[in-house]
Design a protein around this ligand. Structure first.
Ligand SMILES: Nc1ncnc2c1ncn2[C@@H]1O[C@H](COP(=O)(O)OP(=O)(O)OP(=O)(O)O)[C@@H](O)[C@H]1O
Length: 460
Protein backbone atom coordinates (compact mmCIF):
# COMPACT_ATOMS: atom_id res chain seq x y z
CA UNK A 1 0.00 0.00 0.00
CA UNK A 2 1.35 3.47 -0.83
CA UNK A 3 2.12 5.86 2.00
CA UNK A 4 -0.86 7.89 3.19
CA UNK A 5 -0.74 11.60 2.43
CA UNK A 6 -1.83 14.41 4.71
CA UNK A 7 -2.56 18.01 3.70
CA UNK A 8 -1.67 20.46 6.48
CA UNK A 9 -2.97 24.02 6.11
CA UNK A 10 -1.51 26.60 8.47
CA UNK A 11 0.19 29.95 7.99
CA UNK A 12 2.57 29.29 10.89
CA UNK A 13 5.65 27.49 9.47
CA UNK A 14 6.33 25.97 12.88
CA UNK A 15 3.03 24.05 12.81
CA UNK A 16 3.80 22.74 9.32
CA UNK A 17 7.19 21.61 10.51
CA UNK A 18 5.83 20.01 13.67
CA UNK A 19 3.19 18.14 11.66
CA UNK A 20 5.78 16.83 9.19
CA UNK A 21 8.02 15.71 12.06
CA UNK A 22 5.16 14.02 13.86
CA UNK A 23 3.74 12.25 10.83
CA UNK A 24 6.95 11.14 9.16
CA UNK A 25 7.71 8.39 11.77
CA UNK A 26 4.15 7.17 11.16
CA UNK A 27 5.04 6.69 7.47
CA UNK A 28 2.74 9.50 6.42
CA UNK A 29 3.74 12.06 3.82
CA UNK A 30 2.93 15.64 4.65
CA UNK A 31 2.12 18.44 2.20
CA UNK A 32 2.10 21.81 3.95
CA UNK A 33 0.50 25.00 2.63
CA UNK A 34 -0.18 28.37 4.24
CA UNK A 35 -3.40 29.60 2.61
CA UNK A 36 -6.93 28.53 1.72
CA UNK A 37 -6.21 29.14 -1.97
CA UNK A 38 -3.15 26.89 -1.95
CA UNK A 39 -5.11 24.21 -0.11
CA UNK A 40 -7.79 24.27 -2.85
CA UNK A 41 -5.10 23.99 -5.47
CA UNK A 42 -3.51 20.98 -3.76
CA UNK A 43 -6.87 19.25 -3.33
CA UNK A 44 -7.51 19.64 -7.05
CA UNK A 45 -4.18 18.20 -8.11
CA UNK A 46 -3.40 15.47 -5.54
CA UNK A 47 -5.22 12.78 -3.65
CA UNK A 48 -5.11 13.06 0.15
CA UNK A 49 -6.01 10.65 2.93
CA UNK A 50 -6.37 13.31 5.57
CA UNK A 51 -6.44 17.08 6.05
CA UNK A 52 -5.48 19.19 9.07
CA UNK A 53 -6.34 22.86 8.92
CA UNK A 54 -5.89 25.88 11.10
CA UNK A 55 -9.04 27.87 11.83
CA UNK A 56 -7.49 31.21 10.87
CA UNK A 57 -6.02 31.42 7.40
CA UNK A 58 -4.83 34.62 5.75
CA UNK A 59 -7.39 34.33 2.95
CA UNK A 60 -10.27 32.43 4.55
CA UNK A 61 -11.02 30.23 7.47
CA UNK A 62 -10.86 26.59 8.45
CA UNK A 63 -14.64 26.17 8.40
CA UNK A 64 -14.73 27.15 4.71
CA UNK A 65 -12.20 24.42 4.03
CA UNK A 66 -14.15 21.89 6.10
CA UNK A 67 -17.27 22.79 4.10
CA UNK A 68 -15.44 22.48 0.80
CA UNK A 69 -14.03 19.07 1.72
CA UNK A 70 -17.41 17.86 2.94
CA UNK A 71 -18.95 18.99 -0.33
CA UNK A 72 -16.36 17.89 -2.85
CA UNK A 73 -13.94 15.45 -1.24
CA UNK A 74 -16.18 13.84 1.35
CA UNK A 75 -13.96 10.78 1.72
CA UNK A 76 -11.13 12.89 3.21
CA UNK A 77 -11.39 13.14 6.99
CA UNK A 78 -10.61 16.70 8.08
CA UNK A 79 -9.61 17.98 11.51
CA UNK A 80 -9.11 21.58 12.64
CA UNK A 81 -6.41 23.20 14.73
CA UNK A 82 -7.92 25.76 17.11
CA UNK A 83 -6.49 28.29 19.50
CA UNK A 84 -6.52 27.17 23.14
CA UNK A 85 -9.86 27.95 24.78
CA UNK A 86 -11.78 28.65 21.58
CA UNK A 87 -14.35 25.98 22.17
CA UNK A 88 -16.91 27.79 20.06
CA UNK A 89 -14.91 27.47 16.88
CA UNK A 90 -14.15 23.81 17.61
CA UNK A 91 -17.86 23.16 18.01
CA UNK A 92 -18.59 25.05 14.82
CA UNK A 93 -16.03 22.94 12.94
CA UNK A 94 -17.46 19.68 14.29
CA UNK A 95 -20.93 20.75 13.26
CA UNK A 96 -19.62 21.52 9.77
CA UNK A 97 -18.29 17.96 9.52
CA UNK A 98 -14.74 18.05 10.90
CA UNK A 99 -14.11 14.73 12.59
CA UNK A 100 -12.05 16.19 15.44
CA UNK A 101 -9.93 19.12 16.57
CA UNK A 102 -6.60 19.79 18.29
CA UNK A 103 -5.81 22.87 20.29
CA UNK A 104 -2.65 24.98 20.13
CA UNK A 105 -0.04 24.50 21.47
CA UNK A 106 -0.33 21.21 19.61
CA UNK A 107 0.49 18.19 21.75
CA UNK A 108 2.44 15.71 19.62
CA UNK A 109 0.88 12.65 21.23
CA UNK A 110 -2.60 14.04 20.74
CA UNK A 111 -1.85 14.83 17.11
CA UNK A 112 -0.55 11.31 16.56
CA UNK A 113 -3.67 9.79 18.09
CA UNK A 114 -5.88 11.98 15.98
CA UNK A 115 -4.09 11.07 12.77
CA UNK A 116 -4.08 7.36 13.60
CA UNK A 117 -7.82 7.50 14.26
CA UNK A 118 -8.45 9.35 11.01
CA UNK A 119 -6.54 6.83 8.95
CA UNK A 120 -8.35 3.95 10.58
CA UNK A 121 -11.55 5.61 9.41
CA UNK A 122 -10.50 5.12 5.85
CA UNK A 123 -9.77 1.42 6.41
CA UNK A 124 -12.95 0.81 8.33
CA UNK A 125 -15.30 -1.39 6.42
CA UNK A 126 -19.05 -1.43 6.86
CA UNK A 127 -20.15 -3.22 9.99
CA UNK A 128 -23.51 -4.84 10.03
CA UNK A 129 -26.43 -2.64 10.97
CA UNK A 130 -28.38 -5.73 11.92
CA UNK A 131 -28.65 -4.69 15.56
CA UNK A 132 -30.87 -1.77 14.52
CA UNK A 133 -33.92 -3.60 13.25
CA UNK A 134 -36.41 -1.74 11.05
CA UNK A 135 -37.02 -0.69 7.47
CA UNK A 136 -39.25 2.35 8.07
CA UNK A 137 -38.17 5.59 6.45
CA UNK A 138 -37.25 6.91 9.89
CA UNK A 139 -34.94 3.99 10.67
CA UNK A 140 -33.37 4.07 7.23
CA UNK A 141 -32.65 7.78 7.64
CA UNK A 142 -31.23 7.08 11.10
CA UNK A 143 -28.85 4.48 9.64
CA UNK A 144 -27.56 6.96 7.07
CA UNK A 145 -26.96 9.54 9.81
CA UNK A 146 -25.22 7.00 12.04
CA UNK A 147 -22.90 5.95 9.22
CA UNK A 148 -21.96 9.59 8.68
CA UNK A 149 -21.57 10.49 12.35
CA UNK A 150 -19.57 7.35 13.13
CA UNK A 151 -16.74 8.90 11.10
CA UNK A 152 -16.71 11.96 13.30
CA UNK A 153 -15.26 12.31 16.79
CA UNK A 154 -17.84 14.95 17.69
CA UNK A 155 -19.99 14.42 20.76
CA UNK A 156 -23.46 13.21 19.83
CA UNK A 157 -26.53 13.69 21.97
CA UNK A 158 -29.16 11.02 21.37
CA UNK A 159 -32.69 12.09 22.16
CA UNK A 160 -35.69 9.83 22.38
CA UNK A 161 -38.29 8.30 24.65
CA UNK A 162 -37.50 5.56 27.11
CA UNK A 163 -36.76 2.15 25.56
CA UNK A 164 -36.66 3.51 22.02
CA UNK A 165 -33.17 2.22 21.20
CA UNK A 166 -30.84 5.07 22.20
CA UNK A 167 -28.19 2.67 23.49
CA UNK A 168 -28.47 0.56 20.34
CA UNK A 169 -27.73 3.73 18.36
CA UNK A 170 -24.79 4.67 20.61
CA UNK A 171 -23.28 1.20 20.22
CA UNK A 172 -23.59 1.45 16.45
CA UNK A 173 -21.94 4.88 16.38
CA UNK A 174 -19.04 3.28 18.22
CA UNK A 175 -18.93 0.03 16.25
CA UNK A 176 -18.98 1.79 12.90
CA UNK A 177 -16.25 4.27 13.77
CA UNK A 178 -12.50 4.20 14.09
CA UNK A 179 -12.70 3.43 17.81
CA UNK A 180 -14.46 0.11 17.29
CA UNK A 181 -11.54 -1.96 18.54
CA UNK A 182 -11.39 0.06 21.77
CA UNK A 183 -13.89 -0.14 24.65
CA UNK A 184 -17.48 1.09 24.54
CA UNK A 185 -18.30 2.03 28.11
CA UNK A 186 -21.96 2.73 28.92
CA UNK A 187 -22.71 4.44 32.20
CA UNK A 188 -26.10 5.15 33.70
CA UNK A 189 -25.50 8.56 35.27
CA UNK A 190 -28.58 8.20 37.45
CA UNK A 191 -27.35 4.99 39.04
CA UNK A 192 -24.10 6.26 40.63
CA UNK A 193 -24.37 7.62 44.19
CA UNK A 194 -23.39 11.32 44.18
CA UNK A 195 -20.57 10.89 46.68
CA UNK A 196 -18.89 8.22 44.56
CA UNK A 197 -19.32 9.96 41.26
CA UNK A 198 -16.01 11.73 40.97
CA UNK A 199 -14.04 8.60 41.78
CA UNK A 200 -16.21 6.50 39.43
CA UNK A 201 -15.60 8.85 36.50
CA UNK A 202 -12.00 9.85 37.10
CA UNK A 203 -10.62 7.08 39.32
CA UNK A 204 -8.64 7.63 42.51
CA UNK A 205 -5.24 7.15 44.10
CA UNK A 206 -4.72 4.78 46.98
CA UNK A 207 -5.23 6.59 50.29
CA UNK A 208 -6.94 9.63 48.74
CA UNK A 209 -9.96 9.11 51.02
CA UNK A 210 -11.10 6.63 53.66
CA UNK A 211 -11.77 3.37 51.92
CA UNK A 212 -9.48 4.07 48.96
CA UNK A 213 -7.28 1.06 49.66
CA UNK A 214 -5.85 0.79 46.17
CA UNK A 215 -5.52 2.85 43.01
CA UNK A 216 -8.72 2.66 40.98
CA UNK A 217 -9.29 3.38 37.32
CA UNK A 218 -12.18 5.65 36.46
CA UNK A 219 -14.63 5.23 33.59
CA UNK A 220 -12.67 7.71 31.47
CA UNK A 221 -9.53 5.59 31.83
CA UNK A 222 -11.42 2.39 31.10
CA UNK A 223 -12.85 3.99 27.96
CA UNK A 224 -9.45 5.38 26.87
CA UNK A 225 -9.23 5.35 23.07
CA UNK A 226 -12.89 4.33 22.88
CA UNK A 227 -16.31 5.75 23.66
CA UNK A 228 -18.00 6.76 26.90
CA UNK A 229 -21.79 6.63 26.67
CA UNK A 230 -23.42 8.84 29.28
CA UNK A 231 -26.91 7.44 29.55
CA UNK A 232 -29.47 9.54 31.47
CA UNK A 233 -27.02 12.43 31.35
CA UNK A 234 -29.72 14.73 32.76
CA UNK A 235 -29.26 12.98 36.12
CA UNK A 236 -25.71 14.27 36.57
CA UNK A 237 -25.53 16.56 39.60
CA UNK A 238 -24.42 20.12 38.87
CA UNK A 239 -20.99 19.78 40.49
CA UNK A 240 -20.21 16.80 38.23
CA UNK A 241 -21.42 18.71 35.20
CA UNK A 242 -18.70 21.31 35.86
CA UNK A 243 -16.02 18.62 36.13
CA UNK A 244 -17.20 16.83 33.03
CA UNK A 245 -17.20 20.03 31.04
CA UNK A 246 -13.57 20.61 31.96
CA UNK A 247 -12.54 17.15 30.82
CA UNK A 248 -14.39 17.47 27.53
CA UNK A 249 -12.91 20.89 26.81
CA UNK A 250 -9.38 20.27 27.90
CA UNK A 251 -9.15 16.58 27.06
CA UNK A 252 -7.37 16.09 30.38
CA UNK A 253 -8.43 14.86 33.81
CA UNK A 254 -7.03 14.28 37.27
CA UNK A 255 -7.88 11.18 39.33
CA UNK A 256 -8.99 11.93 42.89
CA UNK A 257 -5.87 12.38 45.01
CA UNK A 258 -3.49 12.56 42.02
CA UNK A 259 -1.14 15.46 41.47
CA UNK A 260 -0.82 15.18 37.70
CA UNK A 261 -3.37 15.57 34.96
CA UNK A 262 -3.59 12.73 32.45
CA UNK A 263 -4.63 13.06 28.80
CA UNK A 264 -8.07 11.79 27.88
CA UNK A 265 -8.88 10.41 24.44
CA UNK A 266 -12.51 9.43 24.65
CA UNK A 267 -15.47 10.12 22.42
CA UNK A 268 -18.50 11.26 24.39
CA UNK A 269 -21.97 10.11 23.45
CA UNK A 270 -24.88 10.99 25.70
CA UNK A 271 -28.58 10.33 25.91
CA UNK A 272 -31.65 11.05 27.93
CA UNK A 273 -35.38 10.58 27.59
CA UNK A 274 -35.89 13.96 29.27
CA UNK A 275 -36.02 17.36 27.56
CA UNK A 276 -32.49 18.59 28.16
CA UNK A 277 -33.10 22.00 26.58
CA UNK A 278 -35.96 22.49 29.02
CA UNK A 279 -33.79 21.44 31.96
CA UNK A 280 -31.27 24.06 30.85
CA UNK A 281 -34.04 26.68 30.95
CA UNK A 282 -34.96 25.55 34.46
CA UNK A 283 -31.33 25.87 35.57
CA UNK A 284 -31.02 22.15 36.28
CA UNK A 285 -28.55 21.45 33.50
CA UNK A 286 -25.61 23.69 32.65
CA UNK A 287 -25.99 25.55 29.40
CA UNK A 288 -22.25 25.28 28.60
CA UNK A 289 -22.21 21.50 29.07
CA UNK A 290 -25.40 21.14 27.03
CA UNK A 291 -23.78 23.14 24.27
CA UNK A 292 -20.69 20.95 24.40
CA UNK A 293 -22.35 17.51 24.42
CA UNK A 294 -25.09 18.52 22.03
CA UNK A 295 -22.77 19.35 19.13
CA UNK A 296 -24.78 16.95 17.03
CA UNK A 297 -28.23 15.73 17.96
CA UNK A 298 -29.80 12.48 16.86
CA UNK A 299 -33.46 11.82 17.40
CA UNK A 300 -34.73 8.26 17.69
CA UNK A 301 -38.46 8.32 16.88
CA UNK A 302 -40.95 6.47 19.10
CA UNK A 303 -42.15 3.07 17.96
CA UNK A 304 -45.74 4.27 17.44
CA UNK A 305 -44.44 6.54 14.66
CA UNK A 306 -42.91 3.60 12.78
CA UNK A 307 -45.42 0.81 13.23
CA UNK A 308 -44.28 -0.82 9.99
CA UNK A 309 -41.13 -1.89 11.86
CA UNK A 310 -43.15 -3.92 14.36
CA UNK A 311 -43.33 -7.19 12.37
CA UNK A 312 -39.55 -7.21 11.85
CA UNK A 313 -38.92 -6.38 15.49
CA UNK A 314 -41.35 -9.08 16.60
CA UNK A 315 -39.58 -11.59 14.41
CA UNK A 316 -36.18 -10.67 15.84
CA UNK A 317 -37.38 -10.66 19.45
CA UNK A 318 -39.17 -14.02 19.10
CA UNK A 319 -36.04 -15.45 17.54
CA UNK A 320 -34.01 -14.30 20.55
CA UNK A 321 -36.59 -15.57 23.02
CA UNK A 322 -36.61 -19.04 21.51
CA UNK A 323 -32.86 -19.31 21.05
CA UNK A 324 -31.68 -22.51 22.68
CA UNK A 325 -35.26 -23.74 23.01
CA UNK A 326 -34.81 -26.66 20.66
CA UNK A 327 -37.00 -26.23 17.64
CA UNK A 328 -39.96 -24.40 19.22
CA UNK A 329 -40.98 -21.90 16.56
CA UNK A 330 -43.01 -19.11 18.06
CA UNK A 331 -45.25 -16.88 15.98
CA UNK A 332 -47.98 -14.28 16.28
CA UNK A 333 -51.51 -14.65 14.94
CA UNK A 334 -52.34 -12.07 12.27
CA UNK A 335 -54.83 -10.40 14.60
CA UNK A 336 -52.32 -10.18 17.41
CA UNK A 337 -49.84 -8.58 15.03
CA UNK A 338 -52.46 -6.08 13.85
CA UNK A 339 -53.34 -5.30 17.43
CA UNK A 340 -49.71 -4.65 18.29
CA UNK A 341 -49.43 -2.31 15.33
CA UNK A 342 -52.24 -0.18 16.68
CA UNK A 343 -50.87 -0.03 20.23
CA UNK A 344 -49.15 3.20 21.32
CA UNK A 345 -46.14 1.64 23.13
CA UNK A 346 -45.28 4.19 25.80
CA UNK A 347 -42.26 2.01 26.67
CA UNK A 348 -41.29 1.53 23.02
CA UNK A 349 -39.14 -1.44 21.91
CA UNK A 350 -38.32 -2.47 25.48
CA UNK A 351 -42.06 -2.71 26.18
CA UNK A 352 -42.54 -4.79 23.03
CA UNK A 353 -39.83 -7.16 24.30
CA UNK A 354 -41.59 -7.45 27.67
CA UNK A 355 -45.00 -8.00 26.09
CA UNK A 356 -43.67 -10.80 23.90
CA UNK A 357 -41.74 -12.45 26.70
CA UNK A 358 -44.89 -12.56 28.82
CA UNK A 359 -47.01 -13.69 25.87
CA UNK A 360 -44.60 -16.53 25.18
CA UNK A 361 -45.30 -18.04 28.59
CA UNK A 362 -49.07 -17.63 28.19
CA UNK A 363 -49.63 -18.83 24.65
CA UNK A 364 -50.72 -22.29 23.48
CA UNK A 365 -49.26 -24.24 20.57
CA UNK A 366 -46.54 -21.63 20.04
CA UNK A 367 -48.99 -19.14 18.54
CA UNK A 368 -49.44 -15.84 20.37
CA UNK A 369 -53.03 -14.58 20.25
CA UNK A 370 -54.39 -11.14 21.17
CA UNK A 371 -55.27 -12.29 24.68
CA UNK A 372 -51.73 -13.46 25.34
CA UNK A 373 -50.45 -9.93 24.72
CA UNK A 374 -52.32 -8.65 27.79
CA UNK A 375 -52.24 -5.08 26.61
CA UNK A 376 -53.84 -2.68 29.10
CA UNK A 377 -56.64 -1.56 26.78
CA UNK A 378 -57.42 -5.12 25.87
CA UNK A 379 -57.54 -6.18 29.51
CA UNK A 380 -60.13 -3.53 30.29
CA UNK A 381 -62.23 -4.50 27.33
CA UNK A 382 -62.15 -8.20 28.04
CA UNK A 383 -62.95 -7.76 31.74
CA UNK A 384 -66.12 -5.96 30.85
CA UNK A 385 -67.12 -8.01 27.86
CA UNK A 386 -66.07 -11.58 28.35
CA UNK A 387 -68.20 -12.74 25.50
CA UNK A 388 -66.36 -10.64 22.87
CA UNK A 389 -64.49 -12.42 20.14
CA UNK A 390 -61.04 -11.36 18.90
CA UNK A 391 -62.64 -9.63 15.93
CA UNK A 392 -64.97 -7.66 18.20
CA UNK A 393 -62.01 -6.57 20.22
CA UNK A 394 -60.27 -5.49 17.08
CA UNK A 395 -63.23 -3.30 16.25
CA UNK A 396 -63.34 -1.90 19.78
CA UNK A 397 -59.69 -1.00 19.51
CA UNK A 398 -60.30 0.66 16.18
CA UNK A 399 -63.18 2.66 17.52
CA UNK A 400 -61.14 3.68 20.54
CA UNK A 401 -58.31 4.76 18.26
CA UNK A 402 -60.74 6.94 16.40
CA UNK A 403 -62.66 8.06 19.43
CA UNK A 404 -63.28 11.45 17.86
CA UNK A 405 -65.74 9.59 15.60
CA UNK A 406 -65.49 10.01 11.88
CA UNK A 407 -67.99 11.93 9.92
CA UNK A 408 -69.88 9.43 7.70
CA UNK A 409 -68.78 11.34 4.66
CA UNK A 410 -65.18 10.94 5.64
CA UNK A 411 -65.76 7.28 6.32
CA UNK A 412 -67.10 6.84 2.80
CA UNK A 413 -64.09 8.60 1.41
CA UNK A 414 -61.79 6.44 3.45
CA UNK A 415 -63.57 3.25 2.40
CA UNK A 416 -63.41 4.32 -1.22
CA UNK A 417 -59.66 5.04 -1.03
CA UNK A 418 -58.98 1.70 0.59
CA UNK A 419 -61.00 -0.16 -2.07
CA UNK A 420 -59.12 1.64 -4.83
CA UNK A 421 -55.75 0.90 -3.26
CA UNK A 422 -56.66 -2.78 -2.94
CA UNK A 423 -57.82 -2.88 -6.55
CA UNK A 424 -54.56 -1.33 -7.68
CA UNK A 425 -52.47 -3.78 -5.71
CA UNK A 426 -54.68 -6.76 -6.62
CA UNK A 427 -55.53 -7.35 -2.99
CA UNK A 428 -51.98 -7.14 -1.66
CA UNK A 429 -52.59 -5.48 1.71
CA UNK A 430 -48.98 -4.67 2.47
CA UNK A 431 -48.61 -2.76 -0.78
CA UNK A 432 -52.02 -1.17 -0.39
CA UNK A 433 -51.08 0.10 3.07
CA UNK A 434 -47.87 1.53 1.65
CA UNK A 435 -49.82 3.22 -1.13
CA UNK A 436 -52.20 4.75 1.39
CA UNK A 437 -49.34 5.85 3.60
CA UNK A 438 -50.65 3.94 6.62
CA UNK A 439 -49.29 0.93 8.49
CA UNK A 440 -50.32 -2.59 7.64
CA UNK A 441 -51.96 -2.85 11.06
CA UNK A 442 -53.93 0.34 10.50
CA UNK A 443 -55.20 -1.03 7.19
CA UNK A 444 -56.28 -4.32 8.77
CA UNK A 445 -58.19 -2.41 11.40
CA UNK A 446 -59.97 -0.37 8.82
CA UNK A 447 -60.81 -3.48 6.81
CA UNK A 448 -62.36 -5.01 9.93
CA UNK A 449 -64.10 -1.79 10.84
CA UNK A 450 -65.64 -1.23 7.41
CA UNK A 451 -66.26 -4.96 7.04
CA UNK A 452 -64.27 -4.92 3.83
CA UNK A 453 -62.71 -8.09 2.57
CA UNK A 454 -60.11 -7.94 -0.15
CA UNK A 455 -60.39 -10.50 -2.93
CA UNK A 456 -57.16 -12.05 -1.91
CA UNK A 457 -55.86 -12.75 1.59
CA UNK A 458 -52.37 -12.33 0.27
CA UNK A 459 -50.19 -10.03 2.38
CA UNK A 460 -46.91 -9.77 0.57
N1 LIG B 1 -34.33 -0.84 16.38
C1 LIG B 1 -34.09 -1.81 17.27
N2 LIG B 1 -33.77 -3.04 16.83
C2 LIG B 1 -33.55 -4.04 17.70
N3 LIG B 1 -33.65 -3.93 19.02
C3 LIG B 1 -33.96 -2.73 19.52
C4 LIG B 1 -34.20 -1.62 18.66
N4 LIG B 1 -34.49 -0.56 19.43
C5 LIG B 1 -34.44 -0.99 20.71
N5 LIG B 1 -34.12 -2.29 20.77
C6 LIG B 1 -34.03 -3.12 21.98
O1 LIG B 1 -34.91 -2.55 22.94
C7 LIG B 1 -34.32 -2.51 24.23
C8 LIG B 1 -34.22 -1.07 24.69
O2 LIG B 1 -33.28 -0.41 23.87
P1 LIG B 1 -32.22 0.65 24.46
O3 LIG B 1 -31.71 0.19 25.79
O4 LIG B 1 -31.25 0.97 23.40
O5 LIG B 1 -33.22 1.87 24.69
P2 LIG B 1 -32.94 3.28 25.37
O6 LIG B 1 -33.63 4.28 24.54
O7 LIG B 1 -31.46 3.44 25.59
O8 LIG B 1 -33.68 3.09 26.76
P3 LIG B 1 -33.58 3.99 28.11
O9 LIG B 1 -34.17 5.32 27.78
O10 LIG B 1 -34.42 3.24 29.06
O11 LIG B 1 -32.13 4.04 28.45
C9 LIG B 1 -32.98 -3.21 24.10
O12 LIG B 1 -33.10 -4.55 24.49
C10 LIG B 1 -32.64 -3.08 22.62
O13 LIG B 1 -31.85 -4.16 22.19
Amino acid sequence: MSRPKCLVVDDEPIILELSAQTLSPMNIDCVGVGTYTDACEQLKTQTFDLCLTDMHLPDGNGIDLVNLIQREYSNIPVAVITAFGSVESAVQALKAGAFDFVTKPVDIKELRNLVATALKLAEKHEESFSSLVGESTAIQALRVKIAKLARSQAPVYIRGESGVGKEVVARLLHAQGARASKPFVPVNCGAIPTELMESEFFGHKKGSFTGATADKQGLFQIAQGGTLFLDEVADLPLHMQVKLLRVIQEKQMRPVGATKEIPVDVRILSATHRDLADLVKQGKFRQDLFYRINVIELHVPPLRERTQDIPLLVERILQKLTEGNGNAKLRLSANAMAFLQSYHFPGNVRELENILERAMTLCDDNVIQIDDLQLPKLEEASNNHDEYTEDDLLSIATLEENSAGLDPLLEDLERDKIMKALEKTKGNKTRAARLLGISFGALRYRLTKFKLHSNSEQNE
